[in-house]
Design a protein around this ligand. Structure first.
Ligand code: R5P
Length: 291
């Protein structure tokens, strides 16, 4: 049985279709004062394996609270075998203390998720692998890169693009995609030319007259990508397209990226977004089959 929370209902339906599983009928709504309501409309047997699919991106607190309502309802129904698929796990960027006595939000949410009865957590490209260590239950951190590579293969068949990470932290994403597509990859590196002068450039490959596809895990304000596009244009890139796993896209991020000269911006459907045209349903379904 698959339950889709309101942040991920379309994705949940797609996963249920892939698995030939039943999608549980639920009622979700928001009262005029902003409080959430949740009800399960189908019968679920106590020994049933239930998978909840709910991302906890914006509005994080509401989606998180709805998740707790779903878990509490399942608890009342005596259902014990619960897997949570949270393709985008909110509060993951504060997974440690950067300043003294800060709340480690990722740890606080981990505590709540476990206390509420989740026995197994599945997510996609967690901000840091170390988030898994905040949990006492098994956590699987899946990669959306095969889905992104398929998207590139289908939509850019005539090109042999360079897959480019905007920084060293995203290099592994570029490498994974490039390996699947049998093409080149690189990342942008800051080089200090003098105590006052820093230049950002590709680490080892020239982008001059090449098609480039930038890949990152998250696009939030778009600042990282805009900076990368500006550098690639200066270095003579023929075209620049952009893909990401989690299209957080605050404010006018897509507009800014397009204005900087990107041909296209795409993301996966870990979050609802105008650019979420790459589906991770197969990635999730294939993994759930192995549990
Ligand atoms: C950083 O660790 C991430 O991989 C992204 O590069 C970052 O979150 C993007 O943020 P923004 O779009 O605000 O530059």
């Amino acid at each position: 049985m698959i339950i889709g929370g309101s942040a991920s209902q379309a994705l949940a339906a797609e996963v249920a279709r892939e698995l030939n599983d039943k999608l549980c009928s639920v009622e979700t709504k928001k009262f005029p004062d902003g409080e959430r309501y949740f009800r399960i409309k189908d019968e679920i047997c106590e020994d049933e394996q239930v998978t909840i699919i709910q991302s906890t991106g914006y509005p994080q607190d509401e989606n998180m609270m709805e998740l707790f309502f779903i878990l509490d309802t399942l608890g009342d129904m005596n259902i014990k075998n619960i897997t949570l698929v949270s393709p985008y796990l909110g509060y993951s960027r504060q997974e440690r203390r950067f300043k003294e006595v800060e709340c480690i939000s990722a740890k606080a949410t981990a505590k709540l998720i476990q206390t509420m009865g989740v026995k197994h957590l599945v997510s996609i490209n967690l901000h840091e692998e170390s988030i898994c260590d905040l949990y006492d239950i098994p956590v699987n951190n899946l990669s959306a890169m095969p889905a992104i590579a398929d998207y590139i293969r289908i939509n850019f068949p005539e090109k042999k693009p360079i897959i480019l990470a905007p920084d060293k932290g995203a290099e592994n994403f570029a490498k994974e995609i490039a390996t699947l597509l049998n093409t080149d990859y690189d990342y942008l590196e800051k080089v200090r030319l003098s105590p006052e002068k820093v230049k950002t450039k590709t680490k080892s490959i020239s982008v001059d007259n090449r098609s480039v596809i930038i890949v990152d895990d998250i696009i939030s304000t778009g600042g990282t990508i805009v900076n990368a596009i500006n550098i690639l244009k200066l270095q003579g890139a023929k075209s620049v397209d952009v893909v990401c796993v989690h299209p957080v896209l605050v404010n006018d991020a897509v507009l800014k990226i397009n204005a900087a000269g990107a041909n296209s911006v795409q993301g996966t459907n870990t979050l609802k977004s105008e650019v979420a045209n790459i589906s991770v349903a197969k990635t999730i379904a294939e993994h759930l089959k192995t549990l």
